[in-house]
Design a protein around this ligand. Structure first.
Ligand SMILES: *Cc1c(COP(=O)(O)O)cnc(C)c1O
Length: 387
């Protein structure tokens, strides 16, 4: 074990089962460990490094802002935050944006919006939010309550009340909950990421949308992982052809810096008023300058490339020896392997490819701009590890 691993064990809270690998630098889709070994990274820091490591355009935008005004607080106006909100709205049809610093915070904001909106429009008891079993919405006590996986809950009760869960795909189950509980909203991931890279069916998500209209509830989509080009559209809801009332996003938006955003549609754009919510770091100029650079580069050409690379990975792996199936959307890909996923993951790492897992699957979230030759090389190594 090297010194950093030993110090981590001694001084860092033991919440992470880290791989025995110290990363020290990177460039694009490649990164290097403390011994100088090179890896092709298909994890992107969990869908965060949208354009890989040390991307020059992004780093230049962030550095220029750092050397100008790195933070101001929300007592003052700053251009990067306002321009980013403008771009997010223009490109999604949403009307207003609240900025936080993480996915969980973006979802916390969505929950507050749903509760206040329902209190004003449906009465004080209509605070229930329906989420899906096998979902993941974050680690705060409220977003844990929203997360439909009991394994995360057991040791941290009491959680925030007001969340009920249905199975993905079970529209009748969602409807039954709306008849049992006075509901404010439905919150879903278009593709369940941590739950194993499982896309919702178009039929189900459109059915949920129709039910939300019928029952006067908000449709809220958690695009913390699926957002920002990951699925081959700027946001996955655009691929599904639904119109959400609230969209949350984080991970890839910052290109490597912490940022979260809660996008508010027409029905809820004025729900939050002065003093209702806030964040000291939210809308930080450096994070927003980086996000503006990321967003501006996720254009139609890049999105077409994401879909093309996705089709390549699916076609190469779907019928490969040792592979039971491939799920996902765009460059958010889950691989059901015959060998345990952890074993395949370790074999990939030993052969110079970093992947992730989600539940019992291998998970790939490569940088959106990964060059085709590196993707091909990595896919060959994955195939060998699966066989
Ligand atoms: C990662 C993730 C979150 C939590 O984001 P943090 O930045 O870790 O708080 C929430 N929802 C989804 C769908 C995620 O993938």
């Amino acid at each position: 074990m090297n010194e950093i691993m030993e110090l981590d064990r001694q001084y860092v809270a033991g919440t992470y089962a880290r791989f025995p690998l110290e990363l020290v630098s990177g460039k694009g889709a490649l990164c290097y460990d403390a011994a100088g070994r090179e890896y092709i990274d298909l994890g992107s820091g969990i869908a965060v490094n949208a354009f890989g490591y040390a991307d020059e355009g992004w780093a230049a935008a962030v550095s220029a802002q750092l050397l100008t005004l790195q933070h101001a607080s929300n007592l003052y106006y700053t251009a990067p935050c306002v321009r980013l909100a403008e771009q997010l709205c223009l490109r999604t049809g949403m009307k207003k944006v609240f900025f936080g610093n993480s996915g969980a915070e973006a979802n916390e904001c969505a929950v507050k919006v749903a509760r206040k909106w329902a209190g004003q429009n449906k009465g004080p008891d209509s605070y229930y939010i329906i989420t899906l079993n096998n979902s993941f919405h974050g680690r705060t006590l409220t977003t844990l309550a929203a997360t439909g996986q009991a394994v995360f809950h057991s040791q941290f009760r009491p959680l925030t009340p007001g969340f009920v869960h249905a199975d993905a795909g079970d529209l009748a189950g969602v409807r039954a909950l709306t008849e049992q509980y006075p509901c404010a909203a439905v919150l879903v991931e278009p593709v369940q990421g941590e739950g194993g890279v499982v896309p919702l069916s178009e039929e189900f998500l459109r059915g949920v949308e129709a039910l939300c209209r019928e029952k006067d509830m908000l449709l809220m989509v958690d695009e913390v992982q699926t957002g920002n080009g990951r699925t081959g559209a700027l946001y996955a809801f655009q691929r599904y052809g639904v119109t959400p009332d609230v969209v949350t996003t984080a991970k890839g938006l910052g290109g490597g810096l912490p940022i979260g955003a809660c996008l508010l549609g027409e029905r809820v754009e004025n729900v939050l008023g002065k003093g209702d919510h806030g964040s000291t770091f939210g809308g930080n100029p450096a994070a927003c300058a980086g996000a503006l650079n990321v967003l501006e580069r996720i254009d139609d050409t890049l999105l077409a490339e994401v879909r093309e690379k996705s089709a390549y990975v699916f076609s190469e792996l779907e019928h490969a020896p040792g592979v039971r199936g491939v799920t996902g959307l765009g460059l958010m890909i889950g691989i059901q392997t015959e060998k345990p996923a952890a074993e395949v993951l370790a074999a990939c790492r030993e052969n110079g490819v970093l992947c992730l897992t989600a539940k019992d699957r291998l998970r790939l979230l490569p940088p959106l701009n990964i060059p085709f030759d590196l993707l091909k090389k990595a896919v060959e190594i994955i195939k060998a590890a699966c066989a």
